[in-house]
Design a protein. Structure first.
Length: 246
């Protein structure tokens, strides 16, 4: 623990990888946790090109509900602590698997949204983009004028990550001195590889209430929620916190 704080305090290059666990503390359920969003529909119906082609209205009904839930949710203390951490580090990158825009709304500047976001819809034929408001996309407007279909601008199962975004994430990870993995199960690839395959010589720390696939492979594990632990880390860097629990 002491080594982690010292490395973070002195690091000039830091990467943070976040997953749905940090958003759960803002009231958004995780996909794989108890009560997760996948419990009411099969993944193939909601988050794949084939499912969208089969029933685009069903898919948009669900994503419109998610969009509304995202907009009701507020960034929590964990999101804000990462903004504070960014101000301390010359080379800071936050790569998130979340599509809820909470990091952006909290004020993170160097943000890579690996799986896209629900702020935009994109045409399957001509790539025309449309910004979404709190109402999402009405069923009557799914079909675009070119004959394509407007879909959420997010990465679905079986699809590659945006190449430019992924390349920037890998480059940041390869030069990082410290990597902080927050609220992710570390089983969704290729994003999980940022904390393992591409970490090189970085000190990797994990914040998660439960053990994950990488818990035994990292330098430090902090068992707790992001909203509780991240503010304490920032305070610890300022010498104003009690000892963190490992």
């Amino acid at each position: 623990m002491r080594e982690f704080i010292e490395r973070l305090r002195n690091a000039r290059s830091v990467v943070v990888l976040t997953g749905s666990g940090i958003s759960a503390e803002s009231g958004l359920p995780t996909f794989r946790g108890v009560g997760g969003l996948w419990r009411t529909h099969r993944v193939e119906e909601l988050a794949s090109p084939a499912g969208f082609a089969r029933d685009p209205e069903l898919v948009w009904t669900w994503y419109n509900e998610r969009n509304a839930a995202h907009r009701r949710a507020q960034p929590n203390a964990g999101h804000h602590a990462l903004v504070a951490l960014e101000t301390r580090v010359p080379d800071f990158t936050l790569a998130t698997q979340n599509v809820d825009s909470l990091h952006l709304r909290a004020g993170t500047r160097s943000l890579l949204e690996l799986h896209g976001s629900l702020r935009v819809a994109r045409c399957t034929r001509c790539d025309h983009e449309r910004a979404l408001d709190e109402h999402g996309l009405p069923p009557s407007e799914i079909e675009h004028a070119c004959g394509g279909l407007m879909r959420p601008d997010i990465v679905w199962f079986g699809e590659p990550l945006p190449q430019a975004t992924w390349r920037r994430a890998v480059e940041a990870t390869e030069r990082a001195e410290v990597i902080l993995v927050v609220g992710t199960s570390a089983v969704v690839y290729p994003a999980a590889a940022l904390a393992t395959r591409y970490a090189r010589d970085a000190f990797v720390a994990e914040i998660n209430p439960e053990a994950t696939a990488i818990s035994e492979r990292v330098g430090c594990v902090l068992r707790g929620s992001a909203a509780e632990t991240l503010p304490r880390i920032v305070a610890e860097l300022d010498g104003a916190a009690d000892t963190l629990r490992v």
